[in-house]
Write a protein that binds this ligand. Structure first.
Ligand SMILES: Cc1cc2nc3c(=O)[nH]c(=O)nc-3n(C[C@H](O)[C@H](O)[C@H](O)COP(=O)(O)OP(=O)(O)OC[C@H]3O[C@@H](n4cnc5c(N)ncnc54)[C@H](O)[C@@H]3O)c2cc1C
Length: 288
């Protein structure tokens, strides 16, 4: 459990981190909270020759509401999100997702940027960023690039980030009107990661009918996904005991579910449907 030898450089700015990445290329890895990378290095699944630490770049850790545009810096920790008054007010789905993630030590060090960059298929953040239709802002040798969350997660542990790019922030429009949100998760009893995780945001009109819905799912398939069939089943309807189960039943439509020692594909699909219904019911009750 001892990593291979590596050099360590603490970048003082985003520009310096970009130059270091350009210089060391594939030999280098960015270090954020280290809670995914360091275990991989200890198991020798990752053997970077150079670690470029982003931890000293203080202006990468922030949570801002700029006229309804929420901006979260890549180095913002899970705990900072969990305890953010801005997010509790503007998008409570994010603190609720954070509190479900790992334990206090993980939440104190781990970052949202590191989590989405790592793209673990059982990580919690991907479900939430898909549900709110977030954008991932990356900077690289050719400047800034904005990637929609729907296009960011390409496969297991694989994202749309190009070599030399660094995630700068995650941003999205704060949901408006009568909004209800919920994150529901079945924790793996050993790791705490999501066997199934469902993030839901719904907005209703004055008569209680669904104006818009966002549903992001993690843990079920090799990559997190949006559930468009659920979203369109809800639209324009009262969020009642008929609509919600019918919509939740569609969450695994056309999905190839993962199967492992803990949960078969069929069991995962069943859990996804049950937890989508529960998350929808909770979100609907909060939208009242
Ligand atoms: C015991 C334990 C339990 C956990 N439980 C959960 C859980 O229940 N749910 C869950 O979702 N996660 C869980 N995690 C993972 C945790 O959330 C990590 O913090 C997270 O996945 C990675 O974030 P990090 O900041 O630690 O990134 P690091 O480990 O430092 O980096 C991860 C990867 O992302 C890259 N990277 C980091 N920052 C950037 C950036 N800004 N731009 C581009 N690339 C970047 C790194 O080079 C590396 O490849 C757990 C971890 C542990 C150790």
């Amino acid at each position: 459990m001892i990593p291979a030898n590596f050099d360590y450089i603490a970048a003082k700015s985003l520009d310096e981190a970009l130059s270091l990445l350009a210089k060391h290329k594939d030999d280098a890895k960015l270090l954020a909270g280290g809670h995914s990378l360091l275990p991989a290095m200890k198991l020798r699944l990752a053997q970077p020759k150079v670690l470029i630490d982003l931890g000293k770049i203080k202006d990468l850790a922030y949570i801002k509401d700029e006229g309804g545009q929420i901006r979260i810096g890549a180095m913002t920790t899970h705990f900072q999100i969990e305890t953010s008054d801005v997010l509790r007010r503007a998008c409570p789905l994010f603190p609720e997702t954070a509190v479900n993630l790992g334990d206090m030590q993980v939440r104190n060090k781990g970052t949202i940027g590191g989590s989405v960059a790592h793209a673990d298929p059982a990580a919690d953040w991907p479900a939430a960023v898909i549900a709110v239709s977030a954008e991932i802002v990356a900077v690289g040798p050719n400047g800034e690039r904005v990637i929609k969350a729907d296009n960011f997660f390409v496969d297991m542990l694989t994202t749309a980030l190009q070599p030399g790019e660094i995630i700068k922030e995650i941003r999205f429009a704060a949901p408006k009107g009568r909004v209800g949100q919920s994150y529901m998760k079945v924790r793996h009893p050993a790791s705490g990661f999501a066997v199934v995780g469902v993030a839901v945001t719904v907005a209703v009109d004055g008569s209680g009918k669904c104006q818009s819905a966002g549903v992001g799912v993690t843990g079920v398939a090799p990559k997190p996904y949006r559930a468009p069939a659920v979203e369109s089943e809800l639209k324009g309807k009262a969020l009642d005991g008929t609509t919600l189960p019918a919509a939740a039943a569609l969450v695994t439509y056309d999905v190839n579910a993962n199967s492992d020692l803990f949960a078969t594909a069929d069991y995962r699909k069943h859990l996804a449907q049950v937890y989508t219904r529960r998350a929808l019911e909770t979100a609907a009750s909060r939208a009242k």
